[in-house]
Design a protein around this ligand. Sequence first.
Ligand SMILES: Cc1cc2nc3c(=O)[nH]c(=O)nc-3n(C[C@H](O)[C@H](O)[C@H](O)COP(=O)(O)OP(=O)(O)OC[C@H]3O[C@@H](n4cnc5c(N)ncnc54)[C@H](O)[C@@H]3O)c2cc1C
Length: 433
Amino acid sequence: MWDFATEPEFQRKLDWMAAFVRDECEPLDLLFPHGGDPYDVTNKASRAVLRPLQERVREQGLWACHLSPDLGGQGYGQLKLALMNEILGRSYWAPTVFGTAAPDTGNAEILAMYGTEEQRTRYLQPLLDGEIVSCFSMTEPQGGADPKEFACRATRDGDTWVIEGEKWFSSNARYASFLIALVVTDPDAAPHQRMSMFIIPSETPGIEIIRNVATVNERDELDEGIHAYIRYNQVRVPADAMLGAPGEGFKVAQSRLGGGRVHHAMRVVGKCQRAFDMMCERALSRRTQGRVLAEHQFVQGFIADSAIQLQQFRLLVLQTAWIIDNQPHGAARTHIAMCKVALAQVLHDIVQRSLHLHGSLGITHETPLAEWWAALPQLALADGPTEVHKATVAKRVLRGYQPAPGLFPTEHIPARRAAARERYASILEEFGV
Ligand SMILES: Cc1cc2nc3c(=O)[nH]c(=O)nc-3n(C[C@H](O)[C@H](O)[C@H](O)COP(=O)(O)OP(=O)(O)OC[C@H]3O[C@@H](n4cnc5c(N)ncnc54)[C@H](O)[C@@H]3O)c2cc1C
């Protein structure tokens, strides 16, 4: 059964969220605009604004809704979460206000799935309560997209593990209370069983942040960014710092990505919608050659292409969420990869057109467009480059196909026409065709 309607009661929640994000979260984007601001728990001014807003979200029963009911979530399912994330995507701060900011969401997920009782009490609860932030430390400088190239090692020494090596782009490490790191523990094992996951408190001796790398849109100076280049110098952690079983690191890492990618894709829909809204307002406001921009056909083309692309993308993400909710675990993998590829392209196209229609104003920092534009390349890289996800899509789609049985394709017309003639031979003969 297909149904595109939203239940009225849930629609009321979405309406509340939309007004709240516009009125309360978007101002935070302007007051505290740096990439690290939502994660900087030591900033007293931002926390003074944030905490009462988080309280209002809790009162509405909308705090950390991605969590399962046993962890305090609402059990909404992915489709409803997708609709909520479209609204959150309008504001950089909104996920923090609603308790759904990455990478803490994914880290909470794996702590809940694989954590011991002690690990959950120590790390998961304060994370869920929004008291602390965390870091996911996986990518390495010499081999980002391919974990099989990872070299950061942990060796067993009595009751402890000793971690040695480097990690690159460990976002928010500078603000985090703990890091979750994917580390090689058995280099001779099969590629996907070589690594284990560790929880490392930030104050552990030997963690050296070589530099806090900034991306082009963050407008920060060298070492003023939020993506840490880290060296683990003989970092010693107890054996019970391992999250999951030895050799399970890759599996643990994989399990934090599915739902998160759909939420992220839907937040991109929200950002696209905002860029599109700006494009339409501009088209109706600016005059040239005696007419508003909206009356020029090139501009109409921009608007039509953007509206079509955005709706196609939104429906793809919603269908992906629906598959996760309604089909067996893993059934949405191809769709999740399709969303990951599409999000970078659709946001690129819509932001580029919107910025272009704003002319010289568009390339200034006086609208949000220039910053969104500068951030575009990130989307095709973070969480794996587009090429990797395209390869996943193609490989999985091809599983549903077979090679042609003979020399020519099954659609080869001469053979098909001969078969058609044979099927209707008596009628064709009767009418002399
Ligand atoms: C904003 C942002 C935040 C991030 N946060 C974190 C974080 O918190 N923790 C963390 O661990 N990592 C993080 N990362 C790192 C991210 O996961 C990596 O950037 C990503 O996996 C790609 O790795 P790489 O940058 O080393 O690129 P590479 O692996 O060097 O890839 C570079 C290019 O090579 C090509 N390529 C790579 N693999 C293939 C392939 N299989 N087939 C065809 N072509 C290929 C693609 O063109 C790709 O763009 C973040 C990245 C960004 C941009």
